[in-house]
Design a protein around this ligand. Structure first.
Ligand SMILES: NC(=O)c1ccc[n+]([C@@H]2O[C@H](COP(=O)([O-])OP(=O)(O)OC[C@H]3O[C@@H](n4cnc5c(N)ncnc54)[C@H](OP(=O)(O)O)[C@@H]3O)[C@@H](O)[C@H]2O)c1
Length: 213
């Protein structure tokens, strides 16, 4: 899980703080140090901390639920039970998929999408958005390449969607595109298995992304 405090999220912060959340606080601290070191090697000074999931979410403006799809709902329910969610924007990038010999196939939960599952498990006052579903992790993590991809943003409240768009704008090479309310999340999520299948069946296409024009 990743939590973010940032002035671009609509609050008067003067600098960005990233916190890695984990079920194991020590693991999160180790990962945070490794990310800081890697970015420092690229000449980027950052402020990255690590702690347990509840502490990470408690102090955040934005929480990115980078957790396997089958565990996102329980994680949000645990954060709700810990009473740490108030007005943080929860962003779900999770996609339910099942593989067979042919490839990966979209398998959403009964709510229609994982993004809507997050909204169902979060307190009513906590805004939920879907984003980053179609960004390949290896491409995101490669600091040598320009991303050059679009990411679709869904949110019921346009102001919440705008906060996510503004934050995503800060991610070099990623263009956020509003795609409507949470009821449109299934269409956005379902692009991910398609992209992974394209990569599987085309030797020269790794970590495929989408751009819309
Ligand atoms: N990988 C991609 O290219 C990609 C692209 C787009 C979207 N996504 C979506 O992003 C999400 C994260 O993907 P990922 O590849 O980073 O997944 P991952 O490496 O399998 O899992 C990410 C983290 O989730 C935590 N986790 C694992 N099992 C858990 C459980 N039972 N309960 C709570 N937390 C658990 C673990 O952190 P701790 O052990 O530290 O708690 C783990 O490091 C997924 O929902 C995926 O659909 C992934």
């Amino acid at each position: 899980m990743i939590s973010v405090r940032d002035s671009r999220c609509g609050l008067p912060r003067t600098r960005t703080t990233i916190t890695i959340g984990s079920r194991d606080a020590e693991k999160a601290t180790d990962r945070a140090s490794a990310y800081e070191e890697r970015l420092s090697d690229h000449g980027v000074k950052t402020d990255i901390n690590g702690t347990d999931n509840s502490s990470a979410a408690a102090g955040a403006d934005v929480v990115i639920l980078a957790i396997p799809p089958h565990h996102v709902g329980d994680t949000v329910a645990a954060l709700t039970a810990d009473d740490v969610l108030s007005d943080q924007v929860l962003i779900s990038p999770a996609v339910g998929m099942k593989g067979d010999g042919d490839g990966l196939h979209y398998r959403p939960p009964s709510t229609g999408s994982v993004t809507e599952l997050v909204a169902e498990r979060a307190p009513d006052s906590v805004p939920v958005a879907g984003a980053f579903h179609n960004l390949a992790a290896d491409r995101l993590a490669d600091l040598e390449v320009t991303l050059d991809v679009d990411t679709l943003v869904v949110a019921d409240d346009p102001a919440v969607g705008e906060r996510v768009v503004t934050l995503t704008d800060a991610l070099a090479g990623a263009r956020p595109i509003p795609a409507g309310p949470l009821s449109n999340a299934a269409e956005v999520e379902s692009l991910t298995p398609l992209l992974i299948n394209i990569a599987r069946y085309n030797e020269d296409m790794h970590d495929v992304g989408v751009t819309f024009n």
